[in-house]
Design a protein around this ligand. Structure first.
Ligand code: SAM
Length: 169
């Protein structure tokens, strides 16, 4: 079980990026996302994708993130450009009830101490979406991309056009 914790979400400003964080989490093997700020529209968008494309990915918004971090029963990783190199850290991180924290704006200082590992996906600033994608790919040893969710809509790979199979039609 892998859960992503998204901190600092500002509904008006981060709508698109947080949606991408959630969809990337789902597509690359996470089971759930927790978002610090309540955002019903975001929940609807993500649940709509799950409803169409399948799987059991869940989203919860408006969570008491500090308490969640303090009480989490499993390894906790914070993705930050200031952390330890990904290649050094990943072999030490278990996947059993793993919590992966990503920020939006500046992450509160205590987060660095509340987690077990601060992990850098390179030491350059980039994006929470990119950092999460690479981290999940590494921690699942690339397996998550091989799995296919069973849902109403399925994409059949096509070298040129779009092939979508809708089980309802
Ligand atoms: N300036 C903010 C700070 O100092 O905390 C970071 C903003 S960054 C756009 C948003 C998030 O992307 C970060 O909180 C972190 O989770 C992730 N991120 C960006 N670059 C990263 C990197 N090189 N390695 C790991 N995570 C990264």
């Amino acid at each position: 079980m892998i859960t992503v914790l998204r901190l600092g979400h500002r509904p008006a400003r981060d709508k698109r990026v947080t949606t991408h964080v959630a969809l990337t989490a789902r597509a690359l093997g996470a089971d759930a996302i927790l978002v610090s700020t309540r955002d019903r529209a975001l929940e609807r968008t993500v649940r709509n994708v799950v409803e169409r494309f399948g799987g059991s990915f869940t989203i919860t918004t408006g969570i008491p993130w500090r308490r969640t971090l303090k009480e989490w029963n499993g390894p906790k990783v914070h993705l930050t450009m200031y952390g330890l190199p990904l290649d050094k850290a990943t072999p030490r991180i278990g996947r059993d009830n793993l919590l992966v924290v990503v920020g939006a704006e500046k992450v509160p200082r205590d987060v660095y101490d509340l987690v077990d590992f601060n992990v850098a996906v390179g030491n350059q600033p980039h994006s929470e979406v990119a950092a999460l994608a690479i981290f999940l790919d590494r921690i699942t040893l690339g397996e998550s991309l091989q799995r296919e969710a069973v849902g109403r809509l399925r994409i059949r790979p096509n070298p040129r056009g779009k092939s979508v199979i809708d089980s309802r039609t």
